[in-house]
Design a protein around this ligand. Structure first.
Ligand code: NAD
Length: 328
């Protein structure tokens, strides 16, 4: 099948080329927008990244130029208007579990870096200051860790935290009974999880009901000194409220891989260019925040699996007209 890959990056093109022998992939570094949708003219399929905004008007443009298949190079699909895709008869498939470990390990890394003051330690090391006064850490063993969403990534994270000897709480509308038995995780309601947890790690999707799930009213009910980890989607946390809660000490620290206004910013080179986003500036310079630029998925293993599965979606559509990873 002939397909256009939007938002191509240096890190994923070699993996896609290696996986695509049966298909004719064309690449553009342009993200999918209302201005760039016309580039897909003549392609029955497009491969999209999380930075591509497949809104209703964009989908209508893609449909008009002949696109019928959308293969997402991501597990999350909050950037696609699925209702509009369905109405237009376009088929959408994602890569649901390319490497939950990659994201879970990144969440653990953020937590460990915060608990042992790693960034400050590296700064002091590089400035010849070997005093330890600012570097007193805390142990994860024995702390209560709350997991919001125990799907592929949340359950991988919970299993890792069980190895640290943490007490594990979880909230999810769908209980994972195996995880309960194997990792000793205890399911509870969202409010109890917030009140009891020393650490909360977010692993639910961004939906209309999880948008700003973590905002001022919840922060006021959380255990004082809470460490919040978010590797899911930025808009699950209201950034202004998070910063206020960090400033007044209700929150101890935040480890983030995602930011609510990251589209058009993350994955791009802004060196030498101004970033006109005071909220982002406040977030990345906050001493209690450790922020990475949506890189939790970025391992060789995950990139191989993303390429293989997103190309396999094309193969299935071409050979049988449907695909077992369809989400619309
Ligand atoms: P998944 O579908 O396997 O699991 C999500 C879980 O969240 C499900 O069990 C679901 O029942 C639960 N859930 C839904 N609403 C909830 C709520 N209100 N409260 C608690 N739980 C709720 O998805 P996954 O593969 O584990 O991925 C989770 C999210 O991680 C994705 O939606 C995506 O946004 C994000 N993600 C981020 C990166 C990254 O690089 N930072 C990479 C992959 C995925």
């Amino acid at each position: 099948m002939k397909a256009l890959v939007f938002s191509t990056h240096g890190f994923d093109r070699p993996f896609l080329e290696a996986a695509a022998s049966e298909h004719e992939l064309h690449f553009t570094h342009e993200p999918l927008t209302e201005e760039t949708a016309h580039l897909a003219k003549g392609f029955p399929a497009v491969l999209l990244f999380t930075s591509d905004a497949a809104s209703a008007p964009v989908l209508r443009q893609l449909h008009d130029v002949g696109v019928r298949y959308l293969s997402l190079r991501s597990a999350g699909y909050d950037h696609v208007d699925l209702a509009e895709a369905r109405a237009l008869g376009m088929r959408v498939a994602n890569v649901p579990a390319y490497s939950p470990q990659a994201v879970a390990e990144h969440a653990v890394m953020l937590l460990l870096a915060l608990s042992r003051r790693l960034v400050r330690s590296v700064q002091l090391m590089r400035s010849n200051d070997f005093r330890l006064d600012e570097l007193v850490g805390w142990e994860i063993r024995g702390k209560t860790v709350g997991v919001v969403g125990t799907g592929s990534i949340g359950s991988a994270f919970a299993r890792m935290m069980a190895g640290f000897g943490s007490r594990l709480l979880a909230t999810d509308p769908v209980k994972n009974l195996q995880l309960e038995q194997e990792a000793g995780i205890i399911y509870t309601d969202f409010d109890s999880l917030c009140a009891e947890s020393d650490v909360i790690s977010i692993h639910c999707p961004l939906t209309s009901s999880t948008r700003y799930l973590f905002a001022a009213p919840v922060f006021s009910r959380c255990k004082r000194g809470l460490v919040l980890i978010n590797t899911a989607r930025g808009a699950i946390v209201r950034t202004t409220d998070l910063l206020d809660a960090l400033d007044d000490g209700r929150l101890g620290a935040a480890g983030l891989d995602v930011y609510e206004h990251e589209r058009g910013l993350f994955f791009c080179d802004y060196s030498g260019r101004p970033i006109n986003d005071p909220l982002f500036e406040r977030l990345r310079s906050h001493p209690k925040v450790l922020l990475t630029g949506h890189q939790a998925f970025l391992t060789r293993e995950a990139l191989e699996a993303i390429a293989r599965q997103s190309v396999d979606n094309l193969t299935q559509w071409e050979q049988q007209g449907w695909c077992n990873r369809e989400i619309s």
